[in-house]
Write a protein that binds this ligand. Sequence first.
Ligand SMILES: [Zn+2]
Ligand SMILES: [Zn+2]
Length: 434
Amino acid sequence: MQQPPAPTQQAPSAPGAQPPPPAPAEQIQDAIDEATSGDRVIDTDRGKSHGLDKCPRCGSSDVHYRIESRALVCDYCRNEWNEDNAEKAFHLDTPIQELRGDHVASGAQDVQAGDSMVTIKCQGCGAEIVVKSDETLQARCHWCRQVLSINHQIPNGAVPDAVLPFTLTREQAVEQIKKFVDSRRTFANRTFVKEFVPDNVKGVYMPYMVVDGNLHTDLRGTGEITTRTYTVQRRVGKDQTVSERYWDASVHELGRSFDVLVNDLTAGSSRQYDRTDSSAATNYILDAVQPYDTREALVFNPNYLSRFTSERRDLDIDDLDERVEDKFLTIAREKARPTIAQYDRGVRWEREGVAIRGTRWITMYVPVWLYSYYQQTSKGSYVHYIAVNGRTGKTMGSVPVSHPRIFSLACAGGAVATAAAAVVGWGVFLTQGF
Ligand SMILES: [Zn+2]
Ligand SMILES: [Zn+2]
């Protein structure tokens, strides 16, 4: 196979009907912006006052989430119950094609920096307890030991709209992490292997924005169709010939203009775990254990968080909307793919636009079992994560590798490709658990 020459034929238009030139996405967007103005707020605040979040049967405040029961459990009377499904409770299941303008749940509004202290009056004994809401949403009264909850949404990102509780137990997560490391032990850094304690896993609720989108997309570019292929014998030197393969192609301008409905796109909204920043830790691991069954999320209740840790949201819609629009465009390109199959030599989109008719944003805590390993390097320490989706068990991680071990094994033969892949980049394995 030789270098393909440039196409030898030029045809200005596609065979058959040419689509009418669609209105550019910017024009549609201008019209939309005129018709819809300002964000609409979806109120998801539970309307309860700060203080006790009691068992509905006996009134005890000693409540926690029990994975085996998949329910909140009262430690006193053993009553089990759950909050309502968030999608139904907040009417988030209205058809996406009817979305106009930006709808923002009250828990997804901009985070305000500053004072995160909340004073809670204990309804048991009347004492006033100060809680740092960016560290915990629950505290015990120092005097009467009642559990106190922060129930109001406060503008510091600590109280989301919805929560997706853990269904995978700690033991199951430890098993997954063990399996993940075992299959990579050969190349792993010796210190890591020695220090690996699979039980050092913590259950963390990570803040995500969950976005619906009603979009119109407009793609334009050129596509090429092969019209003829042929082989030419070419003389090289005195008595040698080589055969070269050529093809002719017709080049067509094309446009695709269609609506796209996006349901439950997720975007991480913690700065510390931002997937685009892996300078201090392998943050991208967290996104790699998606997807989550976000439709099953429940109305937020701080009792789901007790005995787990949680990360506070500190990224706003403005920090994430560019990333979300990029994902919208990727989805649009994918949707166009089946319609361009006849361009066997490929399509190059030269102009791409997405007009957004409407969006819906809510914040959600999703469950992750997280193993962290601090690797000491000459430049300081670097954190490797192994993450397990707290709903599905999907596991992803980075394991520091031992370069001398890779090379000695590679020389022994058989492992060259794996070794090469592991040496590139950060020198980590990134492979799917199952
Ligand atoms: Zn009870
Ligand atoms: Zn008290």
